[in-house]
Write a protein that binds this ligand. Structure first.
Ligand code: FAD
Length: 314
């Protein structure tokens, strides 16, 4: 089956749904494909305290459901399913969904996000959102005055550790090698921060915690020294996994210009990709800020850019 639209939005995180609100209010009758993670990354967290408009905080799933309802209210045609193939070689663009539907779109907004990389431990899954996080900016505040561990050795880990050190009593930076991969400047910042303790040559084995009827919390991190094979326990209340992100751009390989890590390149200050009429918004093109509010703002910008593009190319 083939269908035509002025605007196809790929992704249902803050960027995708916000693009839906703006493009539907601009009468573009957008079609939005939600992908496997309906509502995006915020649906795997618990409380969100930094999204404006919710002084008491809001559950990630509730926030995303509110934004979804707002997009639906203005007429965004929201559909389950993935976009599995795109052809941006000519306009209108041809995009294929996993049920075989071909969407022929005058503009496309890519908002497929970037997934945090996880260690793959069962205990990590169990305590995700209850002491395990992949975002210090998002969750560091919950660990004020407490002891936490950061896992990783690159720039992200160094940055997360120094940020957390300003809030927490003590930060253990656990790295599997005996030197950091982070830039020299970042390393210096880490080494000069008194309450960061390096834990070299060590890998996490298990996240320890308590589970009550309605709550869970982390109480420690079991680690293993890879040289001595010796196991030990760090008494901490939060674990921040900082081993990188994976932009969801496989579908756009050879279709859009990506950077070395696979993030979509956009023209500075805009959502424009190298293909006129294709726009990118949110974590899929933003390695730096990676917040719900910045993703939502990027979704707005992409919608406005798509609208202007359609006017100019009517
Ligand atoms: C555990 C955790 C806690 C967080 N807490 C906070 C917080 O407190 N405050 C904050 O501001 N930020 C927080 N963040 C960061 C925030 O969630 C992200 O910055 C934000 O969700 C990015 O939005 P996005 O729309 O760019 O992408 P995402 O939210 O990643 O959404 C991407 C969407 O694309 C869809 N998709 C992917 N591929 C396809 C495809 N081929 N076809 C169709 N759809 C596709 C997915 O299903 C998903 O819906 C947190 C992140 C995590 C992981």
């Amino acid at each position: 089956m083939e269908e035509k639209t002025k605007c196809l939005i790929i992704g249902s995180g803050p960027a995708g749904y916000t693009a839906g609100i703006y493009t539907s209010r601009a009468n573009l009758h957008p079609i939005l494909y939600e992908g496997l993670q309906v509502g995006g990354q915020l649906t795997i967290t618990t409380e969100v305290e930094n999204f404006p408009g919710f002084p008491e905080g809001v559950q990630g799933t509730d926030l995303m459901e509110h934004i979804r309802q707002q997009a639906l209210k203005f007429g965004t045609d929201i559909r389950s399913g993935m976009i599995t193939k795109v052809d941006f070689s000519q306009r209108p663009f041809h995009c294929t969904a996993d049920d075989g539907t071909i969407i022929i779109a005058d503009t496309v907004i890519v908002a497929t996000g970037a997934s945090a990389r996880w260690l793959g431990l069962d205990s990590e899954k169990k305590f995700n959102g209850y002491g395990v996080s992949a975002c210090a900016t998002c969750d560091g505040f919950f660990y004020r005055g407490k002891d936490v561990a950061v896992i990783g050795g690159g720039d992200t880990a160094a940055e997360e550790a120094t940020y957390l050190a300003s809030l927490c009593r003590k930060v253990y930076l656990v790295h599997r090698r005996n030197e950091l991969r982070a830039s020299k400047a970042m390393q210096q910042r880490v080494f000069n921060t008194e309450n960061i303790e390096m834990v070299w040559d060590s890998v996490p084995v298990e996240i320890l915690g308590e589970e009550q009827k309605f709550s869970k919390n982390v109480t420690g991190l079991k680690i293993k020294n890879v040289k001595t094979e010796q196991e030990s326990i760090l008494n901490i209340e939060g674990v921040f996994i900082a081993i990188g992100h994976h932009p969801n751009t496989e579908v756009f390989n050879n279709q859009l210009e990506l950077d070395a890590e696979g993030y979509i390149l956009t023209q500075p200050g805009t959502s424009k990709t190298n293909i006129p009429g294709v726009f990118a918004a949110g974590d899929v093109q933003d390695k730096q800020y990676k917040q719900a509010i910045t993703a939502a703002a990027a979704g707005c910008k992409a919608a406005v850019d798509a609208e202007h593009f359609l006017l100019e190319n009517a």
